[in-house]
Structure formats: C-alpha cells, structure tokens
Ligand binder design. Structure first.
Ligand SMILES: [Ca+2]
Length: 167
C-alpha cells in the first residue's frame, strides 16, 4: 500500500483561470477557459499534456460535456477557448476538470473546481458575481481541488464494497 490516497496532504495541483458570463434574457451561460498555471507534473520524464473538460450538471446529473484542445508538454497552458450553454442558472453546477492526456491508457485528472450556488469559497463568490453582473464576463483564478470522480461509482458498487468489508 502506497497510502497516497489516504494521506490528507495540501498537495498543490495548480490553478485555473476562467471567466463566466450569464445572459438571463437569452438563458445563455458562457464559460471561457483562459489559462492554468503551476499544474502538477503527471508524466514520468515529462511535464503534463493538459486539457480541460466542462460538465454542466443539474441535480447531480450531467447534462452537457465540452472540452478544450490538448496542450502538449506544459504546466502553464494557455487556452482562451469559449463554450456556451443554453440554460437557466437555477440548480445548475459547472464542473471544470483539468486532465492530463496520455497516448496510452486512461487520462488522469489533475484536479477540478465546482462552480454553482452550492459551491464554497472563491467558486461560490465567482458564481454570485456572475449572477449579480448579467451580460458581463467575470474572470477569476481558482485553486484546483482533488478530483474524486465520485459520480463514476454507482451506489450499488459502494454497497457491494461495504458488504465486502463487513464479511
Ligand atoms: Ca501525459
């Protein structure tokens, strides 16, 4: 056991800068992924090949998925890529995940931020600023949080896992 996932570290995963713009009359949310910096090095003998995935979620369900281009071999990628969604911003959450592209195998998540009225800290402030300033793009930096990828595990799997440990 490496114990890597058990230790509560303040490991730096990096920061992401993005802008949010909401036009209530048109029901249009625009997310611009601007840049990221100081990303965690994911590749042995290299840096990372970061790209950003955006999930639009409602009540924990994924509605839409978009992603940026891949920037090769960098820890400070610049994107300036814009994504628009037609939504009303009630009960909506935007999950922004930075991943490392790998030619072979599964792409690993470096970290994520969750934006919405139920989020906390700078993410919540950013969302509130967006709602308070309709039609105006609001840009802000966020520290990436550890990606738990909890929604890829079904409740049944969790039940089976706990049943296994109880035996
Ligand atoms: Ca890679």
């Amino acid at each position: 056991m490496g114990g890597k996932t058990l230790v509560m570290t303040s490991e730096r995963l990096g920061d992401i800068c993005l802008s949010l713009r909401y036009v209530p009359t048109a029901g249009k949310l625009t997310v611009v992924i601007l840049e990221a910096k100081n990303l965690k090095k994911m590749d042995v003998g290299g840096l990372s090949d970061p790209y950003v995935k955006i999930h639009l979620m409602q009540n924990g369900k994924r509605l839409k998925k978009k992603k940026t281009t891949i920037k090769k071999n960098t820890l400070n990628p610049y994107y300036n890529e814009s994504f628009s969604f037609e939504v009303t911003c009630e009960q909506i959450e935007v999950a922004v995940t930075v991943l490392d592209y790998d030619k072979i195998g599964k792409n690993d998540a470096i970290g994520k931020v969750l934006l919405g009225s139920n989020s906390t800290g700078t993410e919540q402030r950013h969302w509130a600023d967006m709602l308070a300033n309709p039609r105006r793009p609001i840009a802000q930096w966020h520290s990436l949080q550890k990606s738990t990828q909890y929604y890829s595990v079904s409740p049944l799997t969790l039940l089976q896992t706990s049943a296994f440990f109880l035996q």
